[in-house]
Design a protein around this ligand. Structure first.
Ligand SMILES: [Zn+2]
Length: 244
């Protein structure tokens, strides 16, 4: 996969509806894992809610997003949580697990120059999603849980500077989904300054570029686009708007 420069519609940490997600991708994103939904990238939908079907995690030490692979379809097993997550279908073609696993291994073994790009959206609550940005797929493992084998995919957040240049973002940039869910409840799903429910965004009170943390709800709040832009103007000389 070649390096590329995406046309940014959403900013990282924008709060969007499912309809906006679908309209922007111009594709019906329904599965959690969508390999190469566009020539340049794939899509993961993630969720760490208590009743979420998969165990997606965020490693605060390394800044890695760990996305769990998917189970066999329910027509192939009585209890889909009892059997290994499949790398291939009964007919032998690769599953989404298999496609992403191969992409990660190809990169690790130096067979492809650039890591596979994955765009991530996270579910905050029913109908409410958050754009999490682009990630590099840097590793994949098959892990035994004591009961069965599951896939784990390791993703690092990436920011595009130009067509040729991308940077891996610092750990503190990522707001974990659990924090976003807590903030959503606390701020009642509206801008804390004007109570607007339109064009919302998760904002670092103290920007992460100035040492603000993403890991606790205290430094994260919901702002509408207008108030987020106002704030960005003030601190623009220190941090570009897309990093605020
Ligand atoms: Zn506002």
């Amino acid at each position: 996969m070649k390096s590329f420069f995406p046309k940014p519609t959403f900013k990282v940490d924008d709060i969007i509806s499912y309809a906006e997600l679908v309209a922007d991708e111009n594709a019906n994103v329904q599965k959690g894992m969508n390999f190469q939904i566009k020539p340049e990238y794939s899509i993961f939908l993630m969720s760490v809610r208590k009743n979420a079907p998969y165990a997606d995690e965020f490693d605060e030490k390394t800044g890695t997003l760990i996305y769990e692979g998917h189970d066999v379809p329910s027509n192939l097993a009585k209890d889909t949580k009892e059997v290994d997550q499949p790398i291939a279908t009964p007919k032998g073609s690769p599953t989404e697990n298999g496609k992403f696993y191969t992409a990660a291994q190809s990169y690790k073994m130096g067979m492809i120059e650039h890591p596979h790009k994955i765009k991530v959206y996270e579910k905050i609550k029913s109908g409410i999603w958050c754009y999490k940005g682009f990630f590099n797929l840097v590793d994949a493992k098959i892990v035994n849980t004591g009961k069965r084998n599951v896939f784990k995919f390791y993703l690092l957040p990436v920011e595009f500077i130009s067509k040729r240049k991308e940077i891996i973002l610092p750990h503190s940039r990522i707001i974990p989904t659990v924090v976003k869910i807590e903030v959503w409840k606390r701020d009642k799903g509206q801008c804390v300054l004007c109570a607007s429910k339109e064009n919302l965004h998760y904002d670092h009170d103290l920007p992460y570029s100035k040492g603000g943390t993403s890991l606790t709800a205290e430094n994260v709040r919901i702002l509408c686009m207008k108030h987020n832009l106002k704030k960005s103007d003030k601190i623009l000389s220190f941090s570009p708007i897309f990093l605020s």
